[in-house]
Design a protein around this ligand. Structure first.
Ligand code: ZN
Length: 134
């Protein structure tokens, strides 16, 4: 079961520049910065009510974020849904015919297990499923 939109991921060229832009935009400073070395990204998190905004900057040219920006420019990169049981959700979505990028959940930013669905099966939107690690 999908519980809510947990966060929206935005690909940026510079976290430093975008932190200051989003601080002005949202009227709040980021509450967390985290590097996910396995994904070659630096992240910064803002809270807007129940939903978070995750800024993502590539730390390496091989990063998916670097490739995304080279192809599409800065902008919305993914929408993340919080799920009650990530394993159950992967099985359900697979049976519905969605293309899963990583069927085994991996550790993402913000203490979460994450799975991504291929945008080709979701109208061009990269979808992340996430579940808090307890
Ligand atoms: Zn995310």
């Amino acid at each position: 079961m999908l519980l809510k939109v947990e966060h929206i991921g935005i690909a940026v060229k510079s976290i430093t520049d975008s932190d200051s832009l989003f601080t002005k935009l949202l009227g709040a400073t980021p509450y967390k910065a985290e590097e996910v070395s396995s994904e070659n990204v630096k992240t910064s998190f803002f809270k807007v009510g129940e939903t978070k905004i995750e800024l993502l900057e590539a730390t390496h040219e091989d990063s998916a974020i670097a490739k995304f920006i080279a192809k599409k420019g800065e902008g919305i990169h993914h929408i993340a849904y919080e799920v009650a049981d990530i394993y159950q959700e992967v099985a359900r979505l697979k049976s519905e015919g969605f293309s899963i990028l990583n069927e085994t959940p991996k550790q993402g930013a913000d203490n979460k297990l994450v799975v991504f669905l291929h945008p080709k099966s979701t109208n061009g939107v990269l979808v992340e499923l996430c579940q808090e690690i307890v």
